[in-house]
Structures are given as C-alpha cells and as structure tokens.
Design a protein around this ligand. Structure first.
Ligand code: MN
Ligand code: MN
Length: 314
C-alpha cells in the first residue's frame, strides 16, 4: 500500500484548478522537512535561463510546469504504471540561482544537487535552459555517467561570443571535459536544423559520442533507435536529458531555439517509454519558455514527458 503522505491530491477530492500547485500535486518536501530522508525521487524546479543565447524565458518554466502538472493523474494510460505508488516522489522546491552571475549559479546548483544525491534521492529537474544540466551533473556524477539526450541540438560547442564557455549550447562539451560523462556511453537523438559549422559534430566524433540525426531517426523508427540507445548506455548509471526543442515546434512552440521538422507529441512520449530498463540516476526536462507558449501547450507536453520519465524511473 502506498503512503498517503506521498500520494498526490486527487482531482476527485480537490478540483485541479484549486490549491497550491506543487509538481503533480505531490507534497512539498524541502531539505528541512522531517520526511526528506524518505524521498526516492525528487522533482526540482530550476528557474534559471542565464545561459540562453536566443529567445529567453525558461526561468519561468518551473512555475508554469507546476501549474500544468496539476492535470497529471495517477496511472499511465498506456503502460498502466502508477509511479506515485511505486516510489516516494516529492516536490523538493526550487534550486535558487543568481540570475546576474552564471558561475555563482553553477556553484549553487552543484551544492544543491550534491545534497540531493547525498540523501539517496534521484532528481527529476524541470528547467531552466539547458546549461542547468551541467551543474546537475557536477552534483550527481561520482563517476562518468552515460547519457541519453533528446534535442534538436548537440549542445557540444566549445564557446560562444568569443570565448564564453558557459551557455546552453555548451553544457555537454564541459561535462565531457570534466569527466562527468563517458562519451562512449552518450547518444544524442533528434539533431537537425541549420548550423554555424560542424565543430560540435567533429568533437562528438573525436570522443565517440553517437549522434542520431532526425533523418536517421525517422528512417529507422523509434523502436530501432531506442534499442541502440539502450545498448549504448548498457546497465551503468545513466542520465536522461530532454530538451523540449527535440519536438517539432508545431507541438512545442514555447521554446527559445525551435527547429522545424521534428517528432510529434505522440512520438515525444513514445521515446521515453522505450527507456524502460535503463538505470536512470537523474533526468531533466529543459527549455520550456512560457512567454512563447501560447495556451500552455508546450508546458503541458513537457509535464506529460516528465510523468513518462517518472514511469521509467520507478
Ligand atoms: Mn539543448
Ligand atoms: Mn535544443
């Protein structure tokens, strides 16, 4: 039987538009809460977009994702997994960034996630722009992790604007350099769009990162590509990073750097279901930008993907 404390508030008991909107209507359990030590998976807001190079807004992501997440119910209609009964899941609140200082924010994040990891909690983060993933990895990677990364961009560039090494286009270059990721156990899926040059892809090739372009993704199909992804990461500790711009902007317009010609909303969920069996030590959903998200459609898709992630993490 599941613990009533870790059971989300049901829409049968309190209408979904009422109450304080924690992630998926779960209890808010911060570091000082008496039941913090019982949490298995912590959902964390990362309201920070100081790494953004184009249209901003993901700093407003966690609040919007919390709001839309009140529509999530207990059971996965496709897989019949009931994640809130299978593990103690809680809203750990937000990591507090310094919007005026990138390196200070990176340090604050790393300290926060080290504490989460130290308590044996696996984090599911709602970003935030994609630079958030770097300090999360700094906080949770004791040894180089594998990674399955959904995105239309590799985020493997060396630097922007004449030497700036911390942007949302560089987190995984830094993560490989710092030994947080094992590049031979990293696969990036959905890559497309116009490019400055192939510097990122040349780097990927040089260290052994596997890139699946959107053309290959559609030619081979989801099941085949995801079988390869599972094989590449194997049974070792693996991080899952999901940039909402993996999805076609027709379905997820609320993001800063959209790229046309991507997967639809159904395919966006299906790739996560194919992660069953992967040893996921943490995951994130990043780059949802509410100011560009008319009607909340992007945030709703984002939290639906977060729910699918929980279903394969429990
Ligand atoms: Mn990205
Ligand atoms: Mn992207």
């Amino acid at each position: 039987m599941s613990d009533p404390f870790f059971t989300p508030v049901s829409g049968f008991d309190l209408p979904r538009f009422a109450g304080v909107p924690t992630f998926m209507r779960l209890p808010h359990v911060d570091f000082d809460h008496p039941r913090f030590g019982e949490v298995d998976i912590g959902i964390i807001g990362a309201p920070w977009d100081s790494g953004t190079t184009n249209r901003p807004g993901p700093r407003h992501g966690p609040r919007q994702l919390r709001d839309l997440s009140t529509m999530i119910r207990a059971e996965n209609g496709a897989t019949h997994i009931r994640p809130f009964e299978a593990a103690n899941i809680a809203d750990l609140g937000d990591v507090a960034p310094n919007p005026a200082d990138i390196e200070d924010s990176l340090n604050r994040f790393a300290i926060f996630y080290k504490r989460v990891k130290g308590a044996g909690i696996r984090p599911l983060t709602a970003g935030g722009d994609h630079l958030c993933s770097l300090p999360i990895l700094r906080g949770i990677a004791d040894a180089p992790l594998g990674m399955i990364h959904f995105d239309s961009h590799t985020d493997l560039f060396h630097s922007y604007f004449d030497g700036t090494i911390y942007t949302h286009g560089t987190p995984f270059r830094r993560a490989v350099e710092e030994g947080l990721l094992d590049p031979k156990r990293v696969i990036q899926i959905g890559i497309r769009g116009t490019a400055y040059d192939m510097e990122d892809r040349d780097f990927a090739k040089s260290v052994g990162i596997r890139i699946v372009t959107i053309d290959e993704f559609f030619q081979r199909g989801i099941a085949d590509v995801m079988a390869e992804a599972r094989e590449i990461v194997g049974q070792g500790d693996t991080y899952v990073s999901y940039d909402i711009d993996f999805i076609d902007p027709a379905f997820a317009p609320g993001t800063g750097t959209p790229e046309v010609g991507g997967p639809n909303a159904y395919q966006a969920l299906q790739v996560v279901r194919e992660l069953a069996g992967v040893n996921i030590v943490g995951a994130d959903m990043v780059e949802v930008s509410p100011p560009f998200d008319v009607g909340g459609t992007t945030a709703w898709l984002g939290v639906s993907i977060m729910f699918e992630l929980l279903c394969v993490m429990v």
